[in-house]
Design a protein around this ligand. Sequence first.
Ligand code: GLA
Length: 383
Amino acid sequence: MKSRISEKFRTLFGHDGEFFASAGRINLIGEHTDYNGGYVFPGAVDKGIMAEMELNGSEKACVYALDLDECVEFGFEEEDIPQQSWARYVFGVCREIIKRGGRIGGFNAVFAGDVPLGAGMSSSAALESTFAFALNYLFNLGIDKFELARIGQATEHNYCGVKCGIMDQFASIFGKKGHLMRLDCKTMEYRYYPFNPAPQGYRLVLLDSVVKHELASSAYNRRRESCERAAAAIRKNHPEVEFLRDARKEWLEEVRPVISEEDYRRAEYVIEEVQRVLDVCDALERGDYETVGEKMYETHHGMSRLYEVSCEELDYLNDIAKECGVTGSRVMGGGFGGCTINLVRNELYEGFITRAKAAFKEKFGHEPKVYDVVISDGARKLE
Ligand code: GLA
């Protein structure tokens, strides 16, 4: 990828720039908890976005998307927003830096990536993080890593219409090889957990359904609104409840008569999921992968039945995993398509993959894609 980018950069701009990269992410457990102030447990992966960049002394960005063979030029005023959806991510990052008082000028960039699109592995966060990190470096802005993550998140909110939480951008910026990170999305305290299941006989693999259902972002935003309504109702009785994460199950019961059945189910899932992250962290410290797996199945059930962000294809992959004796399996990321994440004993791996491919193809007409998970570094400058 680096040499392809470099070749294009030379052709377009006549010399060499500097290289930056950032990563997509997996999440072991803790889904839809981030915007509820809860815990998440992600890690960066070995698939990401890479960009070569230089300052160009003008007041415009010239950005070339190698994979799409598309070049977009834009200025930095609000009305300069580009048409192309990929370019909006880059533009949004520039705008969010400027809103925070960062002084940036024109730059040239060529970028490419290998995060599968629509797979729930946060290709967009990887793109935002790469540019936020690179612009911070090139313009010497001195923005700290948390703020870089928030710049990516605000880009999603203000330029892409997704009211996402902080997990993806956090993982993409803070990722560390061989480690998962438990982040408390209320206090922003985080801790690295060494994650190396291989010596214990396990591996993590993603099965990508290669389906992405329409309107995922509006459905996502509606889930968030449900949670906020439930939290507001509970807050009337318990003022300390800032986010759903602060609520107890009994407190949710108290408001059941005054909130909709749907909001109730959404909130029930979130409150349980926040606890599952803590349980999984404890289990991991004991090397108890069986409990980790059980919790993953519980999450799938909750995401499918209570939060309703799964779909037929992902439920089917989950069923196959169960039938094959896979330790843990669940839909990963926002949902409405994308991947399942699977914790599999080594000796079951081949059989599971073969079975999943064949059965899925038989039912849906195409095979799922298989990605072995390699936990890697997040945003960085390449030498
Ligand atoms: C998407 C969002 C994240 C998070 C997950 C679900 O990836 O970008 O903030 O809410 O969905 O856990």
